[in-house]
Ligand binder design. Sequence first.
Ligand code: SF4
Length: 413
Amino acid sequence: MAGAASRRHSVGVNVGGVIVGGDNPIVVQSMTNTDTADIEATTRQVAQLWRAGSEIVRITVDRDESAAAVPHIRDRLLARGIDVPLVGDFHYIGHKLLTDHPACAEALAKYRINPGNVGFKAKRDTQFSTLIELALKYDKPVRIGVNWGSLDEELLTRLMDENASAAAPVSAAAVQREAIIQSALLSAARAEEIGLGRDKIILSTKVSDVQSLIAVYQDLAARCDYALHLGLTEAGMGSKGIVASSAALGILLQQGIGDTIRISLTPEPGGDRTQEVRVAQELLQTMGFRQFLPVVAACPGCGRTTSTTFQTLAKEIQDHLTTSMPDWKEKYPGVETLSVAVMGCIVNGPGESKHANIGISLPGTGETPAAPVFIDGEKVATLRGADVADQFKVMVADYIEKKFGAGAKEAAE
Ligand code: SF4
């Protein structure tokens, strides 16, 4: 039977009101790339990410100035009506920053701890314990986020040595994967020993190679019931990053693994940070796990189309739907289930358009210059003239108003 495997059982974790894991929908999260000490820039970017649909936003907390800025960022967001959980990303001195800045510890909804860089030897144990005790004190969950770029060297060396003297040694790559998993599981066990509940712990084990990521998470998922955060680290720019992340995360999600995702894209210089949110949403929507945006089905075009009218119309409709969604979510409940088809000719145009809520089949080369429009499977109009695109956009707006507007709600009551 077609469909994803049933979701792996995990213990749900409440991150500032958003539940990650359990039977809850897979959560989309993102991370800022501003200097957190720059309160205005960070507030603005968190607001943009939230507006794009990020349900949790992570910010870097790397020094005193950043930690001091966190409560102000949270307050400015709340003043704008944005109550998005903020996660503090800590490395090296998180124990100190959270101790010295209680308002920061309070304002954050979760602490992200990388066990590979909380210190070395005895210091590591003390600093890790301090972070967990602070999480207990402020009643916050943590993400124990292992990254192979900053893997616990002592653990890796010990496992490599054990492997070298084993009767049947495995590959160095397999030992590295085991070190990543053990780093996460041993840290989580230590956090539980200190008193943190399982419902306060999320794990991640990020690597930048697709096959390794899949192998690591499959193994991790089978060995614990902690909620899992998925992400391919250093995925890269543009289509490379999107394809690599989608391939890796898509396979894991299909296997029922993963409770929250982040797509780590490197934006083009001056590029839009919200792209990572859209890609995460599109991945979950394409696979049928969640619905965020109306779907626009558009054909790729071919030699049967001589104009770019349908490409332009498909783009305009897609852009219009995407940019309108933040307002429509309030005004037109359920509009995310809308499907629109914009097709280039008679070959697949009418058929595809009939499957959509509203669809248009534009004329291809040699066809009569007329564009039939279908609503809920029925042909309702034939558009002609140079302003076919504008006429169709009006019909889409009417359809949305009738189906999802206040009138539709009243009629249903
Ligand atoms: S619907 Fe027509 S224009 Fe579009 S790809 Fe198919 S044959 Fe080409």
